[in-house]
Design a protein around this ligand. Structure first.
Ligand code: DGL
Length: 295
C-alpha cells in the first residue's frame, strides 16, 4: 500500500475507482474499531487504513464547529492512501460533520444513516431509543434520519457519557459498576418500554448485554457498527469495488497519541490483535485540513 507523499490536496480529491485500494476508516480514537471489526468479519479480504485521533478524544462533548474541523483534518490526512471509500466510524463525527464531508465530494459513508435505516425498519409503531454521546444527541441526526424514512416513529434519545471511559478501562457487561451506571442512565428509557434500542456510539456495543438488561423490555438492539458494515458491502458491490484478492486484507492503524495504549485497548474493541499501530504527529493531521483544499 504505497503512501503518496507531498501531493496537492486537489489531486487527492480525484478518487480512484480501484477495487484493490484500501478502505479508509476514521474515528476519534479506538471506538471505530468496533465498526472495523464488523467490516473485517463481513469483508475479510479488504485492506483497511484506520486513523484514531487519540490525542483529542473524546469528541462526544465537543462543539459542532470543533468536531467538523477535526473531521476535515482526519479525512484530509487519509486521502494520501487513495482510498476507494471512506468510512466515518464515529457516531459523533457522522452526526455532526457528514454534510460538510459529503459536500466535498468524497465517497464517504457514516454510521448514523445505516443505524437509522435499520431502526426505522424494525420499529413497527414502537418507540426507538437512541443511545449516543451528548454531541450526537444534541445534533438530532438520528431523529432526522429516522423521520426521513418514517416520520411517525416515536424517537427518544439518551446520552450515556460514562460508557466511553468505562469501555476504555476494560470493563465489560458483567461489571457491577457498568450495570449500575446502565441502570441509572436508562431509567427514563426503561419506563417507555422501547421496541428498538440503537447503540449509537462506537463504545456501546461493548456493553450490549448490560444495556439490554437495563432496558428490560425485550427491545431489539440495532448496532450501528454492524449495519454500517452491511451498507459498505452493498455500496462496494454496487460500484464493482469489492476487493478481488483471495487472501485476508491488511489492517494498518494510526493514532495521534499513545499508540501503545491504542494497541492494548484496541485489541479488545477490534476482537483481533492489532499488529500495526503507528504514531502520526497531530501537526501532520492539522496540516491536511480539507477545508483549505476547497476552491
Ligand atoms: N467515537 C465516539 C462516538 O461514536 C465516542 C467517543 C468520543 O466521544 O469521541 O460517538
Amino acid at each position: 500500500m504505497p503512501v503518496k507523499k507531498k501531493v496537492k490536496m486537489s489531486e487527492l480529491l480525484d478518487y480512484p475507482h480501484d477495487p484493490d485500494q484500501p478502505i479508509a476508516v476514521f474515528d476519534s480514537g479506538v471506538g471505530g474499531l468496533t465498526v472495523t471489526a464488523a467490516l473485517r468479519r463481513l469483508l475479510p479480504t479488504e485492506d483497511i487504513v484506520y486513523l484514531g485521533d487519540t490525542a483529542r478524544v473524546p469528541y462526544g462533548i465537543k462543539s459542532p464547529t470543533t468536531i467538523t474541523q477535526f473531521a476535515c483534518q482526519l479525512a484530509g490526512w487519509l486521502l494520501q492512501y487513495r482510498p476507494k471509500l471512506m468510512v466515518v466510524a464515529c457516531n459523533t463525527l457522522s452526526a455532526v460533520a457528514m454534510p460538510q464531508l459529503e459536500a466535498m465530494g468524497l465517497p464517504i459513508l457514516g454510521v448514523v444513516e445505516p443505524g437509522a435505516r435499520a431502526a426505522a425498519a424494525l420499529a413497527a409503531g414502537r418507540t426507538v431509543a437512541v443511545l449516543a454521546t451528548e454531541a450526537t444527541v444534541n445534533s438530532g441526526a438520528y431523529v432526522r434520519a429516522i423521520h426521513a424514512i418514517d416520520s411517525s416513529v416515536p424517537v427518544v434519545q439518551r446520552s450515556c457519557p460514562l460508557f466511553v471511559p468505562m469501555a476504555e478501562e476494560g470493563r465489560d457487561s458483567s461489571d457491577k459498576i457498568v450495570n449500575a451506571v446502565a441502570y441509572e442512565y436508562l431509567e427514563p428509557i426503561r419506563r417507555l418500554r422501547p421496541g428498538v434500542v440503537v447503540l449509537g456510539c462506537t463504545h456501546y456495543p461493548l456493553f450490549r448485554d448490560a444495556i439490554i438488561s437495563a432496558v428490560d423490555g425485550g427491545a431489539v438492539v440495532v448496532d450501528s457498527a454492524e449495519e454500517t458494515a452491511w451498507s459498505i458491502q452493498r455500496l462496494l458491490k454496487r460500484d464493482n469495488l469489492l476487493s478481488s484478492r483471495a487472501n485476508t486484507g491488511t489492517l494498518r492503524c494510526y493514532a495521534t497519541d499513545n499508540p501503545e495504549r491504542f494497541m492494548k485497548i484496541g485489541t479488545r474493541f477490534c476482537g483481533e490483535p492489532l499488529e500495526h499501530v503507528e504514531l502520526v504527529p497531530l501537526d501532520d493531521i492539522v496540516a491536511m485540513d480539507l477545508q483549505f483544499a476547497l476552491p
